[in-house]
Design a protein around this ligand. Structure first.
Ligand code: G3I
Length: 376
């Protein structure tokens, strides 16, 4: 069968043999209408893309903490740069390393980290301005008479030095500690003793005045815990945030540290979902700032342990990422090779701990695959 398409009025000269069947199709002489390409779904990111790219495609940020020395590891550094869209100094921007005296600053270590972040197109987080730990020896001489000036010197010094270069600051760190017995559930830290509870307000106002473009974060631990400790921390943190927002203190986000130190099955998703919604209702963003899973309660077998750690990453982050106010996920390290948990929360069986997305040889673990799935 031969098919000949002809347009109206078109003249053809044909010769036939007796064996051929010919079919004529009269076709429109109007140019075919352009093929309308239906709107393409957003370009899906390559599922093998690094975590930073998957997160960015969803309008999220994924990053990790690192110490200066770890990024001088030629195996670790390139993997960190590939996977992380944000870098937060694990210790180099605390008071001890940067404040040799009450009147001086030392930026060398943390400026190297800022340079690493800028070189690899990463955001940079300031951790942390006001904390009850990592205080230099000279801080013992701070008193009620000079505490406010000490805070001003520190906050303005840091925020001026990094002005326009930080994504966000943990302005106050771990200020809620119900076990200290205060009615407001706040920690009875030296800052509290010397300046009273509005030391928190003052720190945020000083930071905002020095760097109006930085997101200012109240960073808190133990909010994920079940039981009385977690319940009280969530209650007092919410009350503090409400007070700060009502007083028009420039706080922009709650940082939920997320050091998940939980027995299997102890994470109460519904309760935590409600807490996130309560924080979001104040108009605040929520950052997951120090995520890792202490595997101390889990069996020694590595495959079993990795699965249980990944399951908790999943159960926890699934709830977090359902909440639109959650915009940033940061793990407290990237590889088991470098984790504070090895020293601070070692396993009773002395086995190497496995709290992070990559193992000590940079291989991806089930927790990495969980992050990839949830960030996509
Ligand atoms: O840099 C000095 C080194 O010069 C000295 O020789 C050595 C002697 O011990 O100490 C080194 O400093 C250590 C620092 O980490 C850097 O490695 C400090 O002793 C050590 O206390 C410090 O631990 C850090 C801890 O915060 C206290 O700052 C951990 O690495 C860090 O993971 C941990 O992170 C905290 C967050 O900031 C807040 N949320 C909880 C989280 C875990 O505790």
């Amino acid at each position: 069968m031969t098919t000949i398409n002809i347009k109206p009025g078109e003249k053809l000269q044909l010769s036939f043999d007796t064996t051929t069947t010919v079919q004529f199709n009269v076709v429109s002489d109007v140019a075919d209408p352009p093929v309308v390409v239906p709107p393409q779904p957003p370009t899906t990111v390559d599922p093998n893309a690094p975590l930073r790219a998957l997160a960015a495609a969803r309008g999220l940020i994924y990053g990790a903490a690192s110490g200066w020395q770890f990024l001088h590891d030629d195996v670790y550094a390139p993997v960190f740069a590939k996977e992380c869209g944000l870098l937060v100094p694990e210790s180099e921007l605390k008071m001890v390393p940067i404040r040799p005296s009450a009147t001086t600053f030392k930026w060398s270590g943390v400026d190297w980290l800022l340079g690493f972040a800028q070189q690899h197109g990463m955001l940079f987080r300031g951790h942390t301005l006001i904390w009850h730990l990592a205080l230099p020896d000279w801080f013992n001489s701070v008193n009620a008479g000079n505490a406010e000036q000490t805070m001003r010197t520190h906050v303005e010094g840091c925020c001026n030095h990094f002005k326009g270069k930080v994504h966000s600051w943990d302005v106050c760190n771990e200020v809620v500690m119900p076990a200290d017995g205060r009615a407001d559930g706040l920690r009875n830290s030296k800052w509290m003793q010397l300046m009273g509870p509005d030391y928190i307000d003052k720190a945020f106002r000083l930071a905002h005045a020095a760097d109006p473009d930085a997101l200012l974060v109240l960073n808190q631990d133990r909010l994920e815990f079940d039981g009385t400790m977690g319940k009280d921390c969530r209650k007092h943190t919410l009350a503090l945030l409400r007070r700060l927002v009502d007083a028009k203190v420039p706080v922009h986000a709650l940082g939920i540290e997320s050091h998940l130190n939980l027995d299997p099955g102890k994470f109460d998703a519904e309760l935590f979902r409600r807490f996130l919604a309560d924080v979001a209702s104040l108009g605040l963003k929520i950052f997951i700032t120090e995520l890792d899973v202490a595997d101390k309660p889990y069996p020694a077998d590595v495959a079993t342990r990795d699965r249980l750690v990944a399951d908790l990453y999943h159960d926890y982050l699934e709830v977090c990422l359902e909440q639109p106010a959650v915009t940033t996920v940061i793990t407290w390290g990237l590889s088991d090779k470098y984790t504070w948990i090895a020293e601070q929360r070692p396993r009773d069986d002395k086995q190497a701990v496995r709290p992070l997305p990559l193992d000590a040889s940079m291989a991806k673990k089930p927790a990495y695959e969980t992050l990839r799935m949830l960030l996509s």
